[in-house]
Design a protein around this ligand. Structure first.
Ligand code: AMP
Ligand code: MN
Ligand code: MN
Ligand code: MN
Length: 290
């Protein structure tokens, strides 16, 4: 079994990278990708430890990008997974990620001021991480811990969803730019949890077709949020557009307690052959004869 979509305490997961490796070992995972939001810090922290756990550790990330959606008249977030299989990400890509985290920092400053102006008594010492790495999930946790909301979802519905944030969303790269940057860094880009894309039917098809033209290489066909019919639909789309299938649980530890490492909501059990196909395709790309 493998899991190619997980989060650590370096983004909005609750397991440290070291604890995640131990959890992976205890359930017998053969390969694990750490795909924190917009950072490699969790992966970097445990790269040297993976061999002693007998686990193949894959370098990845989940990049936040955006696309403009005409039907709703505003941009919507799209998450891209990037997998670095042949080579680790080069310095220029890591530097570009620091510009992304400074945009997160600016958003979080505004978000804090916005929430404090609503008489919610929260401040930076309430958070486990510095402001440049915090996600809205952390804000939801603090609002929950302080008793302002009965659960995390209510924190989003009342204060943190795109709709409630109005003008203070993060500035994000476009999906096309994200794909190009991942490819330019030698990575393999996959559209994360495509069931959440803000398109349906023909618009979904043409979006995937357009992104394939930009260099998209895979869809995350297997994901905890996918029902069997979603998985079948996205598998068919990979066949239609010559894309690979990737998959993972999207494990966040206690921040999404119904999702288990490797098994998702109980319905996942991904074979190593999925990763082999990804490696094979990267090898072909890097080959001087291709
Ligand atoms: P951020 O990267 O800081 O913008 O936070 C994004 C995270 O917030 C996503 O990965 C989701 O886990 C969560 N999120 C965003 N919108 C919602 C929503 N409407 N309901 C629940 N969770 C959400
Ligand atoms: Mn997350
Ligand atoms: Mn995501
Ligand atoms: Mn994720």
């Amino acid at each position: 079994m493998i899991d190619l979509h997980t989060h650590t305490t370096f983004s909005d997961g609750t397991s440290t990278p070291e604890a995640l490796l131990q959890e992976a070992r205890s359930i017998g995972l053969r390969a694990l990708a750490i795909t924190d939001h917009d950072t490699f810090s969790g992966f970097d922290a445990v790269l040297p430890l993976a061999p002693q756990h007998g686990i193949e550790l894959i370098c990845g990330l989940e990049l936040s990008t955006q696309v403009y959606v005409e039907q709703i008249g505003r941009s919507s977030q799209v998450h891209l997974l990037g997998y670095f299989l042949g080579q680790l990400p080069p310095p220029h890509f890591r530097e570009w990620l620091t510009t992304i985290s400074s945009l997160r920092y600016a958003r979080n400053l505004k978000l804090m001021a916005h929430l404090q102006a609503k008489n919610l008594a929260i401040d930076w010492p309430d958070f486990p991480l510095p402001p440049q790495t915090l996600s809205r999930t952390h804000f939801a946790n603090v609002l929950l811990a302080k008793g302002y909301v009965p659960d995390r979802q209510r924190a989003f519905d009342l204060y943190l969803s795109d709709e409630m944030l109005g003008g203070i969303e993060r500035k994000l790269p476009s999906v096309a730019e994200g794909i190009e940057r991942i490819c330019g860094a030698g990575g393999l880009p996959s559209l994360a949890h495509p069931v959440r894309l803000p398109f349906h039917h023909l618009a979904l098809r043409s979006f995937i077709q357009e992104m394939t033209g930009c260099g998209l290489r895979a869809l995350e066909v297997y994901h905890s949020d996918h029902k069997p019919e979603d998985t079948n639909k996205f598998l068919q789309l990979t066949a239609d557009f010559g894309l690979l299938a990737t998959g993972g649980s999207d494990y966040h530890g206690q921040n999404k307690p119904d999702i288990m490492l490797g098994k998702g909501r109980g319905n996942l059990c991904l074979a190593y052959t999925l990763l082999e196909a990804m490696k094979e395709s990267v090898k072909d790309r890097h080959s001087p004869f291709s």
